[in-house]
Ligand binder design. Structure first.
Ligand code: BTN
Length: 239
């Protein structure tokens, strides 16, 4: 699978989207050592620092069901990061696709469908690996592997591991072996059994206990009125 490595880019996602207009093969990926204006879900600015973060985008074949794609990528990322962390490291998936270490975010994942002749889903993966600090507005929420473990890691090891594990999880997805993905997600999901708020565009839409991950990747919430409801990553996030 082709990997394009750049010294600097505005956003690996934007760069890859332009390549997709030319019909690049599925699996094409873009990695940049420096990303100046990366963006996250809902268009929010994504903080990157030259030589410290992984900024990676992958162009994958579209799949019906946004929640399962997000979870497949999160499962691939968590599996690869585990390989570089101490055995008891407190790493988890915050549904649908943040990866936390000791309760703070070390990785954000975005999934965007684009409609060219071929159609793609652009996966954006940002991982804080060797950062020694963050801007003041992020310090409560964000961390890096270095800050949590005191170890710095060669970015190329992580980038390679992430690409290959994400590909494996996406093969499972394409082949209908979603139970493999769901097993990893259930094992690592930090929300299960916890009180959560369901946040839509207009604010909190429900509160309850996160009970399970549904077979289609939605999160099943036991609401305060005693009923269960399933929510999907395209519509909501959790607090
Ligand atoms: C999020 O948590 O909101 C998702 C963050 C995704 C950031 C990555 S970094 C590589 C890729 N390029 C971008 O511009 N965004 C994604």
């Amino acid at each position: 699978m082709k990997l394009i490595v750049l010294d600097e880019v505005d956003s690996t996602n934007t760069y890859l989207k332009q390549l997709c207009q030319e019909g690049v093969p599925y699996g094409t990926a873009v990695y940049s050592d420096n990303q100046k204006t990366g963006y996250g879900r809902r268009g929010k600015f994504w903080h990157s620092e030259k030589g410290c973060n992984i900024s990676l985008s992958m162009a994958l074949e579209p799949f019906e069901g946004d929640s399962l794609i997000s979870l497949a990528v999160a499962a691939g990322v968590v599996t690869s990061l585990k390989m570089y962390l101490p055995p008891k490291a407190n790493i988890g998936i915050k549904w649908p696709n943040d990866i936390l270490l000791n309760g703070k975010k070390i990785c954000g994942i975005s999934c965007e469908k684009i409609h060219t002749d071929k159609g793609y889903v652009i996966i954006g993966i940002g991982i804080n690996v060797n950062n020694t600090s963050f801007p003041a507005e992020l310090t409560q929420k964000a961390t890096s592997i270095f800050l949590e473990t005191g170890e710095s890691i060669d970015l190329s090891y992580i980038e390679n591991a992430v690409r290959s594990h994400v590909r494996v999880m996406c093969h499972f997805l394409a082949g209908g072996a979603t139970s493999q993905i769901l097993k990893v997600v259930r094992d690592f999901c930090v929300n299960l059994g916890q009180e959560v708020s369901i946040i839509g565009e207009a604010g909190v839409i429900a509160q309850g206990i996160a009970k399970d991950i549904a077979a289609d990747g939605g999160i099943i919430i036991s609401k305060e009125d005693g009923s269960d409801a399933v929510y999907y990553s395209g519509e909501i996030s959790l607090r």
